[in-house]
Design a protein around this ligand. Structure first.
Ligand SMILES: Nc1nc2c(ncn2[C@@H]2O[C@H](COP(=O)(O)OP(=O)(O)OP(=O)(O)O)[C@@H](O)[C@H]2O)c(=O)[nH]1
Length: 518
C-alpha cells in the first residue's frame, strides 16, 4: 500500500517536472524563435550592405530578404542560407582574385611612371614607397580605391611636370602649314564689309605668334562668319520668295475677281441684247400690224423709249464694267510694281553678293574666281577676233622677309599699296586680279610684244618706286613678272602656265625683272 502511494506521489512529481520541462521548452522555443527573428533581421540588413558586388548574389539576397519574413522556424531558412553561404564564399574568392589582379596592374603602372626620368626627386621617393606598400595584399575593395587615387595624383604631377604648368601644346610644322593655308583661304573668300576687321584679326591670330589655341579659334571664327553669310543669303532669298508668293496670290485674286465680274457682265449684256432684240422685233410687228399712222407713231415712240431705256442700262453696265476693270488693273499694277521693287532690291542684293564674291578682301582687286571668269571671256574674244592676248604673272620679291621683319600687318598694308599701284598702271581694257598670296595676274588684250614688254616694265618700275617706310626704314619692294602671248593652238590655261614658268625664270635670274616667254 505504502509502495503504491509512493509510486503515485513519484508519478505526480514526475508529472510536475514534465510540466516544468514543457514550460521551459516552450520558453526556450520562444526565445529561440525570437533569436531566429533577430538573426534573420541581421542577415537581412547584412545582405543590404553587400548589395552591388555581384548580380547573382544580389538577386539571391533579395529573394532571401523577401523570404525572411515568412520563415517560422530556422529549418525553413536552412536551404536558402546554405545556398547563400556558397555564393558568399565564391564571391569572396572572386573579389580576392580581382584585388590581386588590380594590385598587379597598379604595380605595372607604377613601373611605367618610374620610367619618367623628369619626375622630381621627392616624387620619385614617394612613388618608390607607394610601390613597396603595394606588395602587401589588399583585403577589401576600399583599400584599393585610395591607391588608385594616389596613382592618378602621381600621373597628374608627372604630366604637369613634363608639359610645364603654363606651357602650351607645341606648334608643329603641320600646324604652321594649316595656319598658312587657312590665311590663304581667307584671302580668297569674300566677307562683308562689317566682317573685315574681324577677318583681319583672325589673320593676325594665324600669322603672329601662332599657337594651337589661336589656330583652333581662327577655324571656329571663320566657320561662324561663313555660316552667318550663308544664313543671310538664305534669308534674303527666302524673303524675296515670300514677297513673290504674296504678290502672285494677290494678282491671282484680282484676276479671278475680274474674271467672275466679266462673266456676270457678259450674262447681263446678253440679257440686255435679247431684250433690245425683242423690243426691235416688237416694233417691226407693230409696224406691220398697225394701219393707223397716229397710233403707229404712238406705239413706235413708246417702244423706242423702252429701247432707249434698255440701251441706257447697257451703257451704265458697260461703264461700271470699265470702272471695275480700271480698278482691278490699278490694283494689279500696284501689286506688280511692288513685286518689281522687291525683285530689284533682291537683284541688287544678289549683285552686291556677287560683287563681294569676286573681290579680294584685302586688296579689293578682283579675286581668283573673277580672274577665271575674265580669262574665259578674253579667250572667247580671242577666238572670235584673233587679236593678241597676253597673260602676265607678277610676284612680289622676298615678300616673306617683309612679314618676318616688320610683321604681318605691315605685310598686308604693303600688299594693298602694291595692288593699287599695279591696278593704276593698267588701262581700263586691261585686267588685274590677286591670284593668291603675293601673286597677281594680268590679262592684256590687243597689245603687241614690244609694247607688252614696255608696259610690264613700266608696271615693275612703278612698284619699285613706291616709297615704303617700315619702322623708319626706307624699303624698296620689287616685283618679278613672267608673261606669255596666247598661241593659236593653245588654251588660255596653257598660256598662263607658260607665263608662270617665265616668272619662275625671272625669280631665278635675280628677280626685279620681266621675262617674256618666247
Ligand atoms: N602679310 C601677308 N603675307 C602674305 C599674304 N599671303 C601670303 N603672304 C606671305 O607671302 C610670303 C610668300 O613667301 P614665299 O612664297 O617664300 O616668297 P617670297 O618671300 O616672296 O620670295 P620670292 O617669291 O622667292 O621672291 C609668305 O611669307 C606668306 O605668308 C597676305 O595676305 N598677307
Amino acid at each position: 500500500m505504502k509502495d503504491t502511494s509512493a509510486a503515485v506521489s513519484q508519478i505526480s512529481l514526475l508529472k510536475q517536472k514534465l510540466q516544468t520541462a514543457r514550460t521551459a521548452l516552450a520558453e526556450l522555443d520562444e526565445d529561440r524563435n525570437a533569436k531566429l527573428q533577430t538573426l534573420l533581421q541581421f542577415i537581412g540588413n547584412l545582405s543590404l550592405a553587400c548589395k552591388g558586388q555581384n548580380l547573382e548574389l544580389d538577386n539571391k539576397l533579395a529573394k532571401l530578404r523577401h523570404n525572411l519574413n515568412t520563415f517560422e522556424r530556422i529549418d525553413d531558412a536552412m536551404l536558402d542560407l546554405i545556398e547563400l553561404e556558397r555564393l558568399l564564399k565564391s564571391q569572396y574568392n572572386h573579389v580576392s582574385t580581382q584585388l590581386e589582379d588590380n594590385r598587379n596592374s597598379l604595380t605595372k603602372l607604377v613601373r611605367q611612371i618610374q620610367r619618367v626620368d623628369s619626375a622630381p626627386e621627392k616624387q620619385k621617393k614617394e612613388i618608390a614607397y607607394f610601390k613597396k606598400e603595394l606588395n602587401k595584399p589588399f583585403h577589401t575593395v576600399w583599400e584599393f580605391i585610395p591607391k588608385v587615387e594616389q596613382l592618378i595624383g602621381f600621373y597628374e604631377t608627372v604630366l604637369q611636370n613634363k608639359i610645364g604648368p603654363e606651357s602650351k601644346l607645341k606648334v608643329l610644322p603641320k600646324h604652321t602649314q594649316m595656319a598658312h593655308e587657312l590665311a590663304q583661304m581667307i584671302s580668297e573668300i569674300e566677307f562683308r564689309k562689317d566682317q573685315r576687321e574681324q577677318v583681319l584679326a583672325i589673320k593676325s591670330l594665324l600669322t603672329e605668334g601662332l599657337s594651337l589655341d589661336g589656330l583652333l579659334e581662327a577655324y571656329q571664327n571663320i566657320l561662324s562668319l561663313m555660316l552667318d553669310n550663308i544664313a543671310r543669303e538664305k534669308s534674303a532669298s527666302q524673303e524675296f520668295l515670300f514677297a513673290l508668293n504674296d504678290a502672285l496670290s494677290a494678282v491671282r485674286e484680282v484676276v479671278s475677281d475680274s474674271f467672275n465680274q466679266t462673266q456676270r457682265s457678259h450674262q447681263l449684256k446678253t440679257q440686255l441684247n435679247n431684250e433690245i432684240n425683242t423690243r426691235v422685233d416688237t416694233v417691226g410687228e407693230v409696224i406691220v400690224d398697225t394701219h393707223d399712222i397716229h397710233s403707229l407713231k404712238m406705239q413706235v415712240t413708246e417702244h423706242l423709249a423702252s429701247i432707249r431705256a434698255v440701251l441706257a442700262r447697257k451703257e451704265a453696265l458697260e461703264q461700271r464694267e470699265q470702272a471695275i476693270l480700271r480698278k482691278s488693273m490699278g490694283q494689279m499694277q500696284k501689286e506688280l510694281n511692288e513685286l518689281s521693287n522687291e525683285a530689284t532690291s533682291y537683284k541688287e542684293k544678289l549683285f552686291e553678293q556677287q560683287k563681294i564674291n569676286l573681290l579680294d578682301n584685302l586688296t579689293q582687286l578682283p579675286n581668283r574666281t573673277a580672274l577665271e571668269e575674265r580669262m574665259e571671256q578674253e579667250f572667247r574674244n580671242y577666238q572670235r577676233h584673233k587679236q593678241p592676248l597676253w597673260v602676265a604673272v607678277a610676284d612680289i620679291d622676298h615678300f616673306k622677309s617683309i612679314n618676318d621683319n616688320f610683321g604681318h600687318t605691315t605685310g598686308d598694308k604693303a600688299l594693298q599699296v602694291i595692288a593699287m599701284a599695279l591696278k593704276n598702271s593698267l588701262r581700263d581694257s586691261e585686267f588685274i586680279a590677286r591670284y593668291g598670296g603675293e601673286e597677281f595676274v594680268m590679262l592684256i588684250p590687243d597689245v603687241n610684244a614690244a609694247d607688252t614688254a614696255q608696259l610690264l616694265n613700266r608696271v615693275r618700275e612703278k612698284v619699285k618706286s613706291i616709297p615704303f617706310m617700315f619702322k623708319n626704314q626706307r624699303i624698296t619692294v620689287t616685283v618679278s613678272i613672267g608673261a606669255a602671248q596666247i598661241l593659236d593652238s593653245e588654251l588660255i590655261q596653257e598660256t598662263f602656265e607658260r607665263a608662270d614658268a617665265a616668272l619662275y625664270r625671272a625669280k631665278h635670274q635675280s628677280r626685279d625683272r620681266v621675262i617674256i616667254d618666247a
